[in-house]
Design a protein around this ligand. Structure first.
Ligand SMILES: NC(=O)c1ccc[n+]([C@@H]2O[C@H](COP(=O)([O-])OP(=O)(O)OC[C@H]3O[C@@H](n4cnc5c(N)ncnc54)[C@H](O)[C@@H]3O)[C@@H](O)[C@H]2O)c1
Length: 340
């Protein structure tokens, strides 16, 4: 049985579908910040443990053969909203979970890290980073992931086989949707406003990858021979895109449905920008992401129109908005008690 932490999240809900389709038994461990509606289709087929990783009960590892670790605060704004919780969840809890796995003889452990570890800002030297490049993460989110990577690599030995996937920014449809990721945000703006705005002239580079390719990459790393993956870091990206190019692909994908205005804003130049080389995972494991942005956007459009997924502006789809709301509600409820 495979344990997927953060299995009710954006990537998790796609990954669960892929694992079940392969006949795997799946247990999920998730705090359910965003609810579990994304798992509706799989409810009867998975074992669900609701809980916060910071207070992890190792009983959730009973019967588990390998772990895919996705849980945590998953972007810059939420990490900065509460840096202490971010450190506890993304770094400390990852170490605690890994230690519990190692003690129980659960060897294979994939970790959803991030390419934003490479970010040095728009005006840094424009180089192609690979897994051996020196890094100096600055933002709380990137630092917490990098620290977690280091803990996992220190624990790596004959008895424990961590594999780190430094994922590019993800795009594409998931039953638990996020519209706070650049391509998905552009699609939302295109449909709701008929216009989208590209900041900093759209010059920034980003490695990007479709959500189904991310799910498949984790499965590949779980199934790969141990000697190929133990203690390895793999960048995961379909391609490096400039942000302006992404706007172009969204317009292309929508061209039969609507006219899209692209506004380029040059008013400020503070943005993340980095390019990565993602060749290693193909060379070592023969794994290559296959879904380009345009195809992924077409798939999202089809799902949106076919199933009427039109509540784009619900705060649940924007991690920082949702977390802020939850926090405010928590404060209010602490004062007023129950709502009625
Ligand atoms: N989406 C991306 O573009 C992207 C890019 C690089 C890396 N990642 C990493 O991949 C992972 C999954 O990302 P996602 O887009 O699915 O994010 P998400 O926010 O949609 O899902 C994260 C899930 O983890 C759960 N969670 C958060 N803190 C928890 C805790 N303390 N205990 C238990 N569960 C907790 C949440 O409830 C949620 O279901 C994250 O670790 C993220 O940092 C994501």
């Amino acid at each position: 049985m495979i344990l997927v932490t953060g299995g009710a999240g954006y990537i998790g809900c796609v990954l669960v579908g892929e694992l079940l389709a392969k006949g795997e038994s799946v247990r999920l461990y998730d705090k359910l910040y965003f609810g579990d509606a994304g798992l509706n289709k799989y409810r009867e087929k998975v074992d669900m443990v609701q809980g916060d990783l910071r207070y992890f009960d190792p009983k959730a590892l009973d019967g588990i053969d390998s772990v895919i670790h996705l849980a945590g605060l998953s972007n810059d704004p939420t990490a900065e909203f509460n840096p202490k919780a971010n450190h506890e969840m993304n770094t400390v809890a990852t170490g605690v979970l890994a230690k519990a796995c190692k003690e129980r003889g659960i060897k294979r452990f994939t970790f959803a890290s991030t390419c934003s570890i490479y970010d040095r800002g728009l005006f840094a030297e424009d180089i192609l980073y690979n897994e051996d490049s020196e890094v100096a993460p600055r933002a709380a989110y990137a630092v917490s992931n990098y620290e977690a990577e280091k803990i996992l690599l220190e624990m790596c030995d004959e008895k424990f086989c961590p594999v780190i996937l430094r994922q590019g920014t993800v795009y594409g449809f998931s039953p638990r949707m996020r519209y706070d990721l650049v391509v998905n945000t552009f699609l939302r703006d295109a449909i709701t406003k008929g216009a989208l705005t590209v900041h900093c002239g759209g010059e920034m580079w980003r490695p990007l990858v479709d959500v189904s390719d991310v799910a498949k990459a984790h499965i590949c790393c779980v199934e790969a021979p141990e000697e190929k993956v133990r203690g390895q870091i793999f960048n995961l990206s379909f391609k490096n895109y400039r942000i302006l190019e992404l706007a172009h692909w969204v317009r292309e994908a929508l061209k039969d449905r609507l006219e899209l205005e692209i506004n380029v804003d040059y008013s400020h130049y503070k943005a993340r920008s980095y390019r990565v080389c993602a060749q290693k995972i193909e060379t070592v494991l023969g794994f290559k992401p296959i879904v380009p942005v345009k195809e992924s956007v077409e798939n999202m459009i089809q799902k949106i129109y076919e199933y009427g997924y039109t509540d784009f502006l619900h705060p649940r789809y924007y991690n920082i908005e949702w977390m802020t709301l939850l926090y405010q509600m928590e404060q209010t409820l602490a004062k007023i008690g129950s709502v009625f």
